[in-house]
Design a protein around this ligand. Structure first.
Ligand code: FES
Length: 105
């Protein structure tokens, strides 16, 4: 398990990018629940964001790939629009110990 961040580092309605041991990941807080995925679009296997920590669409209801605009459900990682519909972001297992979020890579 690797320490990622504190729960309070990812306020509700936001997402944050991290790199651990060369692996890029994105953690989202959606409706007070944390979801963590590999930061790699299943369409071209490239990072999703266009600027640091810019992962969500305007309404903060989907993770949006900056390259071709694919939209992914934050809670499941399933693509619902764009060139890779029905593909999924790769979910990263994690646990929360008090305030600390730990990921399994
Ligand atoms: S690389 Fe993400 S939609 Fe094309």
């Amino acid at each position: 398990m690797h320490k990622l961040c504190l729960y309070s580092d990812i306020p509700e309605g936001s997402a944050k990018g991290f790199e651990i041991d060369g692996r890029k990941i994105v953690a989202c807080n959606y409706r007070e629940n944390i979801y963590i995925y590999e930061n790699s679009c299943p369409h071209r296997s490239i990072p999703l964001e266009w600027q640091p920590d810019q992962f969500l669409d305007y309404e903060k209801t989907f993770i949006q790939c900056a390259t071709h605009g694919a939209l992914f459900k934050i809670d499941t990682g399933v693509c619902i629009a764009g060139p890779c519909v029905d593909d999924k972001l790769n979910k990263i297992a994690f646990i929360q110990e008090g305030e600390q979020i730990l990921v399994e890579l």
